[in-house]
Design a protein. Structure first.
Length: 155
């Protein structure tokens, strides 16, 4: 089984109430072993919701208490993001999953990049950082096609 950002599987859980289904993932045999997760929903945030950004640094800085996450309306949602990351980690521990595919550019799921002030910057989201910290293999949504084409074992 593989943890997958739920929006990549067609679930309308993004901040704007929409999804970003990945055709390559949905048309592969992997779709039958995906465990969809939305850390922001698991952390208690509604859908739709105001978009949020990490203020300083990246998800690791948030986990270590050096940064916060604010919604576009100025509300501190750091606790929700941390709670959601911890819930995803609990799912990983319960199922002994070792691989995740996460949506790039998200303050929760971004693997290599997150959005800040309308720009894309290097850094991981809170959930991706927590998973990597625990030795989980985290694959960027930008690399799904290449990963599948290479026939890389994801399970």
């Amino acid at each position: 089984m593989i943890i997958v950002s739920a929006c990549l599987l067609g679930l309308n859980c993004r901040y704007d109430g929409e999804c970003r289904p990945d055709r390559d993932l949905l048309s592969s045999d992997l779709r039958n072993c995906c465990v969809p997760v939305c850390p922001e929903q698991l952390g208690g945030l509604p859908t739709p919701r105001a978009p949020s950004e990490i203020i300083e640094g990246d998800g690791l800085d948030v986990l270590e208490g050096r940064s916060r996450i604010l919604s576009s309306s100025g509300i501190d949602v750091t606790g929700c993001f941390i709670r959601g990351a911890n819930e995803v980690m609990r799912i990983v521990e319960l199922t002994q999953i070792r691989t995740a595919i996460m949506k790039e550019k998200s303050p929760s799921c971004g693997v290599y990049h997150i959005k800040k002030n309308g720009y894309v910057e290097q850094g991981s989201g809170v959930t991706a950082a927590l998973l990597m910290r625990h030795g989980i293999r985290v694959i960027s949504s930008d690399m799904i096609k290449e990963t599948l084409e290479l026939g890389t074992c994801l399970l």
